[in-house]
Structures are given as structure tokens and as C-alpha cells.
Design a protein around this ligand. Structure first.
Ligand SMILES: Cc1cc2nc3c(=O)[nH]c(=O)nc-3n(C[C@H](O)[C@H](O)[C@H](O)COP(=O)(O)OP(=O)(O)OC[C@H]3O[C@@H](n4cnc5c(N)ncnc54)[C@H](O)[C@@H]3O)c2cc1C
Length: 811
């Protein structure tokens, strides 16, 4: 065994084999895979191994397309051919109009990734799948590329190719401990000796937390028992004259595919079971859990009803094995939070279908620092600090029970709530707040007219439409109050703080005491990495002058990683997170200044505290740090309050607000107003796939600065000209808004992709932001947007349509 290498990948299932192969493809051949037993002896060997192109967003669709193309290439490679039934086709069934509408949206989204899904009616489903009845069926989504692959051959072929490219694979070599050194390199201890390396990758399937513990990390991954059976030959299958398509059923929670002359049918039962929560038997190798078909009787009946021929079939084999789930159902592929030179590819619950793509995107991250698609939806840093074993298990169970039921945009699932709250959560709940969850935080969406109010889940406008409109009216005509909790906030201090930040952002750094500026961070490729509000808080009796760096609610671990990684050893800079200590109250509207004046002794006049200022003060007797910044386009104050004083500040503001008719508003109102004002959302409109010029952020870039992270690459990109443009569109429709991912069409061709959409109440417009191809960015350009299957006319308009001269925010 080698004693040094560049990367050690731990685990020889599909996750590890794919990562190893793709590292060699990205140019690193001095890489090693360690497997404690034989390759595929964890979950991979017994997988049903279905390979679909379906995904809920473009990154997932893109990585699955990569899997499919790679698997086809492997199938056709005479040197090491892999059994891959590609193109049997598959149907995701639907029995509600809302599911059909969702499928139409996903079809629109996938088209932007060159993937064609068809939404078909019940008769067409039955025509394509000869075994199904159309009872209680509306239709489904057809994925023509659906199929399945031989898992052992797949992993064998990937490791064969990796070894040919210089990688080494050591089987029967168990990792027993990990030591990280001061220079962030690692020693990997195994039962066969030690290996020193720069980077480690955890690809350990259901043993993820055994290896996690070796580096002091508890990953939010739980295993669930999952069963399928394989039938004897079924005459209808044998005599079909073609291969039977796959089925996935959100009505009765099962899937099926052809296996020889019979069917393989798998179940997501409601009465499901976690596995290995108290540790995994070291001898559980190439092993299965005991059969337990009683547990799946409820879903089995649904499968019998849909495929009557199944009820007559004998069962040949039952497989019950552990499958990993994360806290939100999507895998964790990327840097391990809080660790340097450590990555993971874990929590794969559809690892055969997705594994080719995940290994590809992970290898790109390791070798190039970033993947070609924005990988936030699979980034391990998307959960900050609330994911213990219990919460992970509860969410895993919920996700398993809903395996084929996609999240509607206005749906907030009930399990694991109140993980992160503030003293105001029960107070706002008593005001009938409807909450959504952002990185564990309960965030107010809107205020319900009564506690029993519910919206209908779907993609169109729902029953909250007028409520949100009224909340915006309250802000626009008077003053509104909302709580914005969980926003990321770092305090940055030290003599080198300003120079450090200047290097990190691509624009002019606001250095003046008492002033606030908006800034953008790029990666080394010149692409957008982050957005931050930088506030220079003057020295006061509360402490010396310091900088507050504020960014999106879920970005805490991501941004901390990024900033820490760029700190130089000789720099006097300290970064401390205040995210969990402070919460923001926002008051917005033309009467906001009057409220501030009556609740705080300071002088809040325009002259004394103009737009983009920051100061410390008291709200009543609650200490606060106030910024005159606005995300709504109205005059507004962000009031940052320590959680201990939050309730006091809230009561003082409500009391002072009485004479000004203060109302409450929530995040849906903010979302509408920010769209109208031309502001962007991190990870909706601000993505690592685009640079700041393509995203329309030219005024935040200062190319004549001596240097900043990403400058050299941005110069090259800028010289070559933008590949896309972010534009604002108004849609000719009042039925519903476009959702992120929807395709823009011109003469039957995709010319862009929606990043955000919503109704703009103050201007009465149905708005969308979209990244469009060059030639489609001019004001007045007409296109169509495929909004959940309806072609809606849309026109490019100015970005900043509400108060373009910023008179309102200045007050
Ligand atoms: C019944 C069932 C049906 C499924 N059907 C499908 C399907 O149709 N389509 C689909 O895409 N997915 C399916 N899946 C899921 C899929 O099989 C998994 O997502 C995938 O196999 C996970 O691969 P992995 O590499 O992450 O984990 P594993 O295959 O478990 O590999 C992890 C490897 O790490 C090794 N390891 C662990 N600890 C150490 C250590 N300390 N040192 C060295 N090596 C170590 C293990 O020995 C193991 O080989 C199914 C799963 C089940 C259970």
C-alpha cells in the first residue's frame, strides 16, 4: 500500500468509485480508494439500481444526465461492458391536478437542461405500460430515458477505469482513525497501515457516522430499512413484446421495474423503520435486514390495484436493506462543514441513478474549487447547527414516507419544527403567523385571518394572495413590522479587517465609520460566491469599532468556510458568528422614521441618519444596532437586537407604532417587494454559474482595484463577453407566477431560465427574473415562459421598476 497520496476516498460503493474515477478524469491520478471489505459490499450490491433523469431542480437534472451518459458509455465499452437497460421509459403517476401541474413545471425546468419529459394522460399511461389500470389515475410524467443498471458491474468498471488512469484501490482495508495535522493534511490510519494525504473523502454509506466520528463530525444522515421483492415470471410481462416501463407512484408509494420475466416492486411504507441508530454491527457486510413484508401491506394493496397481474404473481426474492436519508432528502456532496481538506458524498438515497453525477460534481469541487453547476442544493453546509441524531431521524422518516411526493412551493412539512426559534416565535404565533422553515429557523410567511386558515398546495396563486397584498399595502401606506430571524451575521475585528474584506469583495469597500454597503464575493473563477451587507459600527461604550458582515439566512457555515479559508496567517483578523445571538426586526414604510423617532432618543432625521447608515442605540430600553437599509424599496430600518432584549424591543415598537397604524407583515410580502425593487436572492438569482456582469451587478464591480479574489478570471470572462444576462420580465397572466427553473421559449427553442418569480402588488405586475441568452436582454424583447405547461407571453422590462430613483428609501 502507498504511504502518501493526494486524496484518500473512503468507501467502495457507487459514491466512492464514482468519486475516484472522476478525480482521475479531472486530472488527479495520485488518488486512492480504501474499502473495508469488497467493493459494493455496503448498500450498493443489493440496490434496485433504477436510473432516472427526473430531478426537482436543474442541478439534479444535470447531474443525472451526466450519470446516464456515462453509464451508456460504460455499457458500450467492450473492454469492461456494464449491463444497463437504458430507455425502458418510466412513468411517475398522478391522481391530482396539483401533481400534474407540478410535473408540467418540472418538464419546463428540465427542458432548460436539454431533457425532454412528457406529461401524459391516464389512457396514454396505460398504453405505454400494459399492466396498469387507469382507476383513480389522472396521468403522469414520462421519462423516456428511465432504466436500470447492474450495480456491481458499474462500480467494477469505474474502479477499473480509475486504476487504468493511475488511481489505486485497496480492498479489505478498513479505515480505523483519522489524524489531521496543523497544515490541514491528514494521516489515514487503517488496519493495513497508514497513508498520508492532502484530502480525505467520506463515502461510507450507512457507516458515514463511524468515519464522521473519526474527525469529530456527526453528519445529518440516518439509515432507513427499505424493501423490494422480485416476482416469478408474469405472463403479461413475458408476453408484452417489449420491456415494461418503470413506475413510481406517489399515490400508493411504490415503484416497479421489469426484472427478467417478472417485476421488481419496492415500497415506501408509512410504517417505516430507521436502522442502525445505535451503531452498526461491524459484521454487517454484504448483508440484508430480515424480511418484513407485513410492514408494507398498506402500500402493497395500492400496487395490486394498479397492476392486477401482480396480485397473481409468486414472490421469488425479498430484499430489505439500509438506505441513507438526510434531513431534507437531498444528499450531502461537498466540503464537510468546519473542516479543511475534507469532503463527503453521503446520504445518497438514489445513489445508483445519481452517483455518476455526484462523483463528477464532487471531483470538480475538489480539483477546481467549484463545480460547473451551482451545488448549493447538495452542499453539506446548508444546515447550520440544528441537526442532531433525533431531528435527522424524524425528518428522514417524514421524507421516506413522502418519497415520491414532491414538495409544493407553498408546503411546509410538519415534522421537526421549532428547531430554531426566537423569543418572538410564540408571540407571533399568537398573532396567527404562518411559519416556513429556513435552515431550521421558523420564519413568518404571512399572518392568517384565523388559526384554521390553510392554503391549497399548488403552483398557482393560493388563498394567501390577498392577505399578502394587504400586508404590502400596510407597509406602502404607513409602516409595517416584521421579524427576520436567522440571518447570518459575523463580527469581524482586528487591524487587518478592512483590508481583508477589501480583498474578498469585488467592489468598493465602504470603510467609513457609521456607513453600510452592499458587496459581492467571487470565487477564483470570477463567479458569484456570496452577497454581504458590510456595516462599519463606530466605537462606543459597547465596544471598539467593528464590522458586521451580514448575509443570507442559510449561508453561515458556507461564508465562514470561505472567509476563513482566505485568511492569511499573518493577518490580524478575527471572525465571530453572532447569527444565533441577534435577531432583526424590520420596520418599513413612509412612517418608519416617525416610529423610530418616538421609540428611541437618537436623532433619526434624514440629515443625522441618512440611507445606508448604522448606529447603536436603544429601542425603548432594548440595546439595538440599527441600519437604514431596505430590501422592500420603502424607507426602512433593520433593527438588530440581542435575543435577550428582542421581546422588549418588539413591545416598544408595537407601542410606538400604534399612533401610526403599524401593521405586521411576513416573508411573502418581502419576496414580492424585493422582486419589484430589483433585488436579488442568494442561491436563487446569485449563483456560482454566473459572474457579476452576467447577473447585472456591474455597479458592484470595481475592475480598477489592485486585486480581489476572482479578479484575474473575471477579467478574462469580461473580455470574452457575457454568456447570459439576468433580466426582469412581466408576464401576461394573472393565474400564477413562474417558478425558478421555468424555461423561456422563442420559436420552440429554450432561450433562458427563470430564477425567481412572483406577483408585484405595488405595480400590479406578474414578474420574473431570468437568465437569458445574449440577444434576449433588450428592454421590450418578447418571449414566452412555460409556466407549468402554459405558454405565457412575457416582455423584458427595466430591472428597477419601483422607485427607480431611490427617493422612497432615502425618505
Ligand atoms: C433496497 C434498496 C433499493 C434501492 N434502489 C435504488 C434504485 O433503484 N436506484 C437508486 O439510484 N438507488 C437505489 N437505492 C439506493 C442506493 O443503492 C444507494 O444510494 C447507494 O448504493 C449508496 O451507495 P454508497 O456508495 O453511498 O454506499 P455503500 O454502497 O454502502 O458504500 C459504502 C462503502 O463504504 C465502505 N466503508 C464503510 N466504512 C468504511 C471504513 N471505515 N473503511 C473503509 N471502507 C468503509 C463500506 O464497506 C461500503 O462498501 C436502493 C437502496 C436500497 C437499500
Amino acid at each position: 500500500m502507498k504511504s502518501t497520496t493526494r486524496v484518500v476516498v473512503i468507501g467502495g460503493g457507487i459514491a466512492g468509485c464514482s468519486t475516484l474515477y472522476h478525480l482521475t478524469q479531472e486530472g488527479w491520478s495520485d488518488v486512492v480508494l480504501l474499502e473495508r471489505n469488497e467493493l459494493t459490499s455496503g448498500t450498493t450490491w443489493h440496490s434496485a439500481a433504477q436510473v432516472t433523469n427526473f430531478g426537482m431542480n436543474q442541478t439534479m437534472v444535470g447531474l443525472k444526465t451526466h450519470s446516464i451518459n456515462l453509464y451508456k458509455e460504460l455499457r458500450d465499452d467492450p473492454e469492461y461492458p456494464v449491463g444497463y437497460n437504458h430507455g425502458d421509459g418510466g412513468i411517475r403517476l398522478a391522481n391530482t391536478e396539483a401533481q400534474m401541474e407540478g410535473y408540467r413545471h418540472f418538464a419546463s425546468m428540465a427542458r432548460g437542461m436539454d431533457v425532454e419529459f412528457e406529461v401524459i394522460d391516464a389512457e396514454e399511461c396505460a398504453r405505454r405500460h400494459p399492466l396498469i389500470s387507469t382507476d383513480n389515475l389522472l396521468g403522469g410524467l414520462w421519462d423516456g430515458s428511465d432504466g436500470h443498471i447492474d450495480p456491481a458491474q458499474l462500480c467494477g468498471a469505474l474502479s477499473y477505469r480509475a486504476r487504468k488512469a493511475g488511481a489505486e484501490v485497496y480492498r479489505n482495508t478498513a479505515v480505523t482513525a483519522l489524524t489531521q495535522h496543523k497544515d490541514h493534511t491528514w494521516t489515514v490510519h487503517t488496519d493495513q497501515g497508514d497513508i498520508d494525504c492532502e484530502i480525505v473523502v467520506n463515502a461510507c454509506g450507512y457507516r458515514v457516522n463511524e468515519v464522521g466520528a473519526m474527525m469529530g463530525v456527526q453528519h445529518p444522515v440516518t439509515s432507513m430499512e427499505h424493501q423490494y421483492f422480485i416476482t416469478d415470471d408474469i405472463p403479461e410481462v413475458v408476453n408484452a413484446g417489449k420491456r415494461i416501463p418503470l413506475l413510481r407512484c406517489p399515490i400508493s408509494d411504490y415503484y416497479s421495474r421489469q426484472e427478467k420475466g417478472g417485476l421488481l416492486v419496492g415500497f415506501y411504507e408509512q410504517d417505516c423503520k430507521t436502522w442502525g441508530m445505535d451503531g452498526v454491527d461491524p459484521n454487517f457486510v454484504n448483508a440484508l435486514c430480515p424480511d418484513d413484508l407485513d410492514r408494507v401491506m398498506d402500500v402493497l394493496e395500492g400496487a395490486f390495484a394498479r397492476m392486477p397481474a401482480l396480485a397473481e404473481a409468486g414472490i421469488k426474492t425479498i430484499v430489505n436493506g439500509p438506505i441513507t436519508y438526510t434531513i431534507d432528502g437531498a444528499p450531502l456532496v461537498g466540503p464537510i462543514p468546519g473542516k479543511r481538506n475534507a469532503f463527503c458524498i453521503i446520504g445518497l438515497r438514489a445513489g445508483l441513478g445519481e452517483g455518476g453525477g455526484h462523483g463528477w460534481l464532487l471531483a470538480q469541487q475538489i480539483v477546481h474549487g467549484e463545480a460547473q453547476y451551482d451545488t448549493w442544493c447538495i452542499d453539506p453546509r446548508r444546515f447550520a447547527g440544528h441537526t442532531n441524531v433525533e431531528l435527522t431521524a424524524l425528518k428522514a422518516i417524514e421524507d421516506y414516507q413522502n418519497e415520491f411526493r414532491f414538495h409544493f412551493p407553498n408546503e411546509h412539512r410538519p415534522v421537526g419544527r421549532n428547531a430554531k426559534t426566537t423569543p418572538l416565535t410564540p408571540v407571533l404565533a399568537a398573532e396567527n403567523a404562518e411559519f416556513t422553515v429556513v435552515n431550521g429557523w421558523e420564519r413568518v410567511e404571512y399572518f392568517k385571518p384565523n388559526p384554521d386558515f390553510h392554503v391549497t398546495y399548488g403552483f398557482g396563486f393560493d388563498e394567501s394572495f390577498d392577505i399578502v397584498g394587504k400586508e404590502i399595502e400596510g407597509v406602502q401606506n404607513g409602516v409595517g413590522l416584521t421579524e427576520v430571524n436567522g440571518f447570518n451575521r459575523f463580527e469581524i475585528t482586528g487591524s487587518g479587517a478592512q483590508d481583508f474584506l477589501d480583498r474578498m469583495i469585488c467592489g468598493r469597500l465602504t470603510r467609513k465609520d457609521g456607513r453600510v454597503g452592499l458587496a459581492y464575493l467571487l470565487n477564483e473563477h470570477g463567479m458569484l460566491k456570496g452577497e454581504a451587507t458590510i456595516a462599519n459600527i463606530p466605537a462606543s461604550e459597547r465596544g471598539p469599532a467593528r464590522i458586521w458582515y451580514g448575509s443570507a439566512a442559510a449561508s453561515e457555515l458556507h461564508d465562514m468556510d470561505w472567509l476563513q479559508k482566505h485568511l492569511r496567517d499573518d493577518e490580524d483578523v478575527q471572525i465571530r458568528s453572532l447569527t444565533n445571538d441577534q435577531t432583526i426586526l424590520v420596520i418599513a414604510g413612509p412612517k418608519a422614521r416617525a416610529v423610530m423617532q418616538s421609540v428611541s432618543r437618537a436623532d433619526w432625521s434624514k440629515e443625522a441618519f441618512p440611507w445606508l447608515s448604522v448606529r447603536e442605540c436603544f429601542i425603548g430600553y432594548a440595546p439595538a444596532t440599527v441600519m437604514s437599509v431596505s430590501f422592500s424599496g420603502e424607507m426602512a430600518y433593520e433593527i438588530h437586537v440581542p435575543n435577550a432584549s428582542l421581546y422588549a424591543a418588539y413591545l416598544a415598537l408595537r407601542e410606538a407604532g400604534k399612533e401610526h397604524g403599524m401593521t405586521l407583515f411576513g416573508a411573502l410580502a418581502v419576496e414580492s417587494m424585493r422582486l419589484e425593487k430589483g433585488y436579488l436572492h442568494w442561491k436563487a438569482d446569485i449563483l456560482t454559474e454566473f459572474d457579476p456582469f452576467e447577473t447585472g451587478l456591474d455597479r458592484f464591480v470595481k475592475m480598477d482595484k489592485p486585486d480581489f479574489v476572482g479578479k484575474a478570471a473575471l477579467e478574462k470572462r469580461h473580455a470574452a463577453g457575457p454568456k447570459v444576462h439576468l433580466v426582469t420580465l412581466k408576464l401576461d397572466s394573472t393565474d400564477g407566477h413562474a417558478h425558478g427553473g421555468a424555461s423561456l421559449m422563442d420559436a420552440g427553442k429554450v432561450v433562458g431560465t427563470v430564477s425567481s418569480g412572483g406577483w408585484a402588488y405595488r405595480t400590479g405586475l406578474n414578474l420574473a427574473y431570468a437568465f437569458v441568452k445574449p440577444g434576449y436582454e433588450s428592454i421590450g424583447t418578447n418571449v414566452e415562459i412555460d409556466v407549468s405547461g402554459k405558454m405565457v407571453a412575457a416582455e423584458v422590462i427595466e430591472r428597477d421598476i419601483y422607485d427607480p430613483n431611490y427617493e422612497l428609501v432615502r425618505g
